[in-house]
Design a binder for this molecule. Structure first.
Ligand code: Z5A
Ligand code: MG
Length: 206
């Protein structure tokens, strides 16, 4: 008997572009529809519950400082500590809907910490990789209309940095040859329901 193979979808995008909202809308709808016998999982990196995740949480909240290389390695280690479980879910036939992953790792370490892109990339080589990446494409002006920045809750929630990260993501979307992942830019400027319809249609076409 053939081993079942799951699918791995990833949503990436600048801060507050609606990734979590869209992942949750998609997962809820698919589960309601009984898609894949309900074998659909939502996963959000960084996973802040492990010892490494707790350090990342403190780092993002500005409670501790880390050398740039250390913070990059910890984000990567946070993925590696879950890699076996992710692969197991894929082998069991789950659809994984992921909210940030290695591309956030590379982009933020380059855009925020000025680390070498190639070095950042190599720490994630060998992880289970997504089949499809959806990038929620949203300009700074469109995001500003939502007024979701005002709080500055975490370290990277700074407009200038987010714009650099956005440009890095677009560069990656056009030049990702590192894996079998396909990238698709999704217009994320509509209402949550409008963006959901776009994502759902794209998903159905896969
Ligand atoms: N980071 C890193 O450096 N290296 C790594 O390897 C990884 C991450 C994995 C925390 O990530 C930080 O970690 C992140 C990158 C870094 N810092 N930055 N940037 P996180 O995923 O935990 O961050 P978060 O606090 O959850 O923010 P977010 O994920 O960026 O937000 P979002 O998920 O894209 O947006 P949302 O929560 O769905 O929506 C934000 C708000 O907008 C909310 O009030 C919604 O109701 C509203 N919203 C959503 N959609 C819409 C639409 N369509 N219209 C109007 N309003 C909307
Ligand atoms: Mg989120």
């Amino acid at each position: 008997m053939n081993k079942p193979t799951g699918r791995f979808l990833l949503l990436e995008g600048r801060d507050k572009s609606g990734k979590t909202t869209q992942c949750e809308l998609l997962v809820d709808r698919l589960v309601q529809e009984g898609y894949n016998q309900g074998k659909v999982l939502y996963i959000h990196f960084p996973i802040r519950t492990t010892a490494i995740g707790q350090m990342l949480d403190q780092y993002l909240k500005g409670e501790i400082e880390l050398a740039p290389q250390v913070s990059h390695l910890l984000f990567s280690a946070n993925r590696w500590e879950h890699a076996k479980q992710i692969q197991q879910w894929l082998d069991e036939g789950y659809l994984l809907v992921m909210d940030r992953y290695c591309y956030s790792g590379e982009v933020f370490s380059v855009a925020a910490l000025n680390l070498d892109r190639h070095w950042c990339h190599t720490t994630d080589v060998g992880l289970p990789m997504p089949d499809q990446v959806f990038y929620l494409d949203l300009t700074e002006e469109e995001l500003a209309k939502r007024n979701v920045y005002a709080k500055h809750e975490e370290r990277y929630e700074v407009q200038e940095l987010q714009e650099r990260a956005h440009q890095e993501f677009l560069r990656l979307a056009q030049s990702d040859t590192s894996s079998c992942s396909q990238w698709k830019l999704l217009d994320a400027s509509g209402t949550p329901e409008q963006v959901h319809q776009l994502l759902y249609q794209e998903f159905k076409q896969l």
